[in-house]
Design a protein around this ligand. Structure first.
Ligand SMILES: [Zn+2]
Ligand SMILES: [Zn+2]
Length: 69
């Protein structure tokens, strides 16, 4: 994963950068939040796009805020 230092993470769906001190979304399902494979989404729409492949029975997007730099 390329990181030029100007953003915190990239969206797991669209690969757009997620900056510091910014809202982002995680999946409510615990297997999507394991340390090594954790998923981060820049918007609810991107989280939504992850659902067809993930086959969750019961999931929602959780709003989070990235750390300050
Ligand atoms: Zn995205
Ligand atoms: Zn998920």
């Amino acid at each position: 994963m390329a990181n030029d230092g100007n953003h915190w993470r990239v969206c797991s769906s669209c690969r757009k950068p997620i900056g510091y001190d910014q809202l982002y979304y995680t999946c409510s399902v615990s297997t999507c939040n394991r340390k090594r494979t954790a998923l981060f989404f820049c918007s609810v729409a991107c989280w939504d796009a992850h659902l067809p492949g993930a086959r969750h029975r019961d999931a929602w997007a959780e709003e989070q805020r990235s750390p300050k730099r």
